[in-house]
Structures are given as C-alpha cells and as structure tokens.
Design a protein around this ligand. Structure first.
Ligand code: ADP
Ligand code: ADP
Length: 236
C-alpha cells in the first residue's frame, strides 16, 4: 500500500558559481506502516530529504508522489493543504509555544485545517492525541512546567492530532537524556505497532536498529537500503 514514491529525485543548491548536489538519484517508496530510519554523516542530505518529504522544499529534478498525487503539479497553497492533511513533524527542539497551554499547543495546527474543523472535533482530537501519549493529565500545564521528555511527548501529540499519513521525525532524542530518550523512542515504536508510518533521522544507532527499514545516505545518494523484519537485504 504505497504512500509515498520518490522517482529519481535530485536537489541542487546553487550559490555563486558552485553547485552542491544535496541529493541525487533518489528512488524511494514508503508504504503504509513502514518505519524507516535515515542515517549517514553530517552533510549527507538527511535534512534535505526530510524537507522534501515534508513539502517544505521542492526537488530540483524528479517526481514526488503522495498517494499518487504528483506534488510537482500543485501550487504552494495546494502543497500546504497536502502537508496539513498527510504530514506530522517532530523535531529535535520541540518547537512548543511557551505562552500556550499544552492543550492549545496541540490544538493549534488543527485550527488551520481546510475545511475548518468544528470546536467539538478539535477538542476531541486533542484529547485523544494527549491520551495516546499519556499526557492527558497535563493539558492545562505550560510547556516550561514539563520535563524535556514530556515536552517531546506533547510535540508528538501535536503531530498525531491531525491524523497524519506519516510522521517525519528529526533527531527526536537529540535534546533528551537517555531515560527520556528511551521513553520517547518506546512511544514511537508503540505508535508504529499501531499502524503509524514513521520516517526518522537519527544518529543514535541504538534507536536506528528499532526501525524496520534502514536507509543510509552518503554524499546525497542512497548507499544502502535494508528491510530488517521482512528479511530482505540489498546493498549497492
Ligand atoms: P544533513 O542533514 O545530512 O547534515 P543536509 O541535508 O543539511 O545534510 O545538507 C546536504 C548538503 O547540502 C550539504 O552539503 C549542505 O551543506 C548542503 N545544503 C543544505 N542546505 C543548503 C542550502 N540552503 N544552501 C546551500 N547548501 C545547502
Ligand atoms: P543537521 O544535520 O543537524 O540536521 P544541518 O547541518 O544539516 O543540521 O543544517 C540544518 C539546516 O541548515 C539544513 O536543513 C539547511 O536548510 C541549512 N543548511 C545546511 N547547510 C547549509 C549551507 N551550506 N548553506 C545554507 N544552509 C545550510
């Protein structure tokens, strides 16, 4: 059940007369329920790949399909709509708004949905998402009253509340100690077990091993791709 398909994607940055291929020859399919881990040295293109997948940036070459929609054919507004519908982001820095309660942080992206969601639907989606990360009892707290691990769980609830097709996760444990990091990774594992599709960038090999698909980048190219639990393995 193909969710995302990248065909011969390249991303070129040009500054002065220098061209940098941040990504090249990227062919990738992500199916519903996949748990992909992207790793590779600094500068290999991990952030660029997540940005393209999240429709935060466009490829220089190639095609990107989400549920068979060719994203090249969409204008900025249509891309934003598709992003709101399908993509949930989780960052290293939790990116919560300190002035808003936990509840309002999770609700915020839902207030931008087109067509607009009713207040009742927003309330129940937020409540459900907070329950999923076991933070329902902290709904009226402010982010700075919570530990880093709890803040990341709120950020995960915010991503889940919109029922995204895929979670794009960038170094989720980078700002956490190992205990909180383990708890956040356990939560992501549990979400994947329940069917959530995850594409994660992490340097931490202990966590990378939990994903079902390992994708390694070097100098903008996929140098290895292996699916652990499906028991197939290819390298090129
Ligand atoms: P990673 O996330 O793996 O560290 P990036 O995707 O950030 O790698 O970067 C891949 C390559 O593209 C690097 O050589 C980086 O310097 C370059 N790059 C990334 N963003 C830009 C940009 N906005 N302008 C110019 N070069 C960039
Ligand atoms: P990380 O690997 O920890 O994600 P990066 O070094 O890739 O951090 O940088 C994060 C962001 O900074 C990238 O997504 C990119 O947009 C920007 N960036 C990276 N390299 C360059 C560059 N050479 N010139 C301009 N922007 C860059």
């Amino acid at each position: 059940n193909t969710l995302i398909s990248l065909k011969n994607i390249a991303k070129v940055y040009r500054s002065q007369n220098v061209e940098t291929y941040a990504l090249k020859n990227i062919d990738l399919e992500i199916n519903q329920g996949d748990y992909i881990c992207i790793s590779g040295p600094s500068g290999c293109g991990k952030s660029t790949l997540l940005s393209l997948l999240g429709l935060l940036d466009s490829p220089t070459e190639g095609q990107y399909f989400i549920k068979n929609v060719d994203t090249n054919t969409l204008d900025m507004d249509q891309q934003a709509e598709l992003r709101n519908l399908h993509i949930g982001f989780i960052f290293q820095s939790f990116n919560l708004i300190d002035e808003l309660s936990v509840f309002d942080n999770v609700a915020l992206p839902l207030t931008y949905r087109e067509p607009a969601m009713s207040q009742a639907d927003i309330q129940s989606a937020v409540k459900h998402a907070l329950d999923e990360v076991e933070m329902g009892h902290r709904a009226q707290h402010k982010p700075n009253q919570l530990s880093g691990g709890q803040q990341q769980r709120i950020a995960i609830a915010r991503a889940l509340a919109g029922k995204p097709s895929i979670l794009l996760v960038d170094e989720p444990t980078g700002n956490l100690d190992s205990k909180n990091g383990d708890a956040v990774m356990d939560l992501l594992d549990a979400l994947n077990q329940k069917g959530t599709t995850i594409c994660m960038v992490t340097h931490d090999l202990r966590y990378a091993g939990r994903a079902t698909t390992q994708l390694k980048l070097l100098d903008g190219e996929i140098i290895s791709y292996s699916q652990a639990r499906q028991d197939t393995h290819t390298e090129n």
